[in-house]
Write a protein that binds this ligand. Sequence first.
Ligand code: KG4
Ligand code: ZN
Length: 344
Amino acid sequence: MSEPLVLGIETSCDETAVGIVKGRKLLANVIASSVEEHARFGGVVPEVASRAHLEAMPATIQQALDISGVKLKDVDAIAVTAGPGLVGALLVGVSAANGLALALEKPLYGVNHLASHVAVDLLTHEEEIRPTIALLVSGGHSSILQVSDITSDIKSLGQSIDDAAGEAFDKIARLLQLGFPGGPLIDKEAKSGKVDAISFPRGLTNAKDLAEHEFDFSFSGLKTAVSRYLQATPEFVRADVAASFQEAIVDVLLQKSIKACLQTGIDSLVIAGGVAANSRLRTVAQQRCAKAGIELRTPPPALCTDNGAMVAALGSLAVAAGRPASSLGLEAASAISPSIPIWA
Ligand code: KG4
Ligand code: ZN
């Protein structure tokens, strides 16, 4: 099937999201977020997220159908995030998808949330699909992936050995009393700050660390450095701290991603996941990739953070590639390696 019509459901964290895709064309992308219910706790509360998914699911599916003009009976397959994520939250999406697939007698594809962050890029252009390096940076993961085939061949070259990039943004935002989720707030605050005001450490970039952790990241030292700086500098300038912290993260992420491109001989880089919405990361990536002769893709910010279109996109690519469907008894898994795009 060359242009499958796929409905995708995402519930791994606090977004109840439904996307509808035909082939590589996006028809609908509806998101109901429970983020405001979690903000006062400074992080996502799993039980609250699960209940919010249950409440939002029927209307979100209906809205996606209305926007796309698609009838459920015409859908070729159902795709759903099987993991990684909060198990109680994932179960709501997986149960809904199971029910739909069973009632419609259509195949069910349990997709990997991480691979689907990368797959969403393919909805944004019509060019031939070719191997790429992917920098995947979200609230729970930071990895450099070698993607030979997004539905079957993904190799992890490195990942964070402590905090994820998004987690680092969220923690520093808390220290700076900016609120939750921290990434977009630091991004905004940093716009009026100086990127070189404070020299913060770039983890795992010296020769000794590179020998063992060439493509791995570490952000815990950076977090400690920011925290010490704030304690030692009562008159600190918030925008400067935000800009300098952000610069340190952006610098390391790009140093390693570009090195991965050069070393593998792959002249394509996709930056995906929530942190890929970061404006400074996008700007510096453009400059450095242009200099290195690497083709850069950064999906529009709304497709970088969690959404249903990315799930439908990976499902659609899997159907088109003739990959076997998942079983109807599909399990939700809190941890799945990024190298398994479709969960059996
Ligand atoms: O991919 P995502 O939406 O959810 C997960 O799969 O985790 O990523 C969420 C993360 C959060 O840590 C959030 O602070 C971060 O992405 N984020 C950003 C920006 N927008 C979202 N980080 C930096 N700059 C942004 N503009
Ligand atoms: Zn995500």
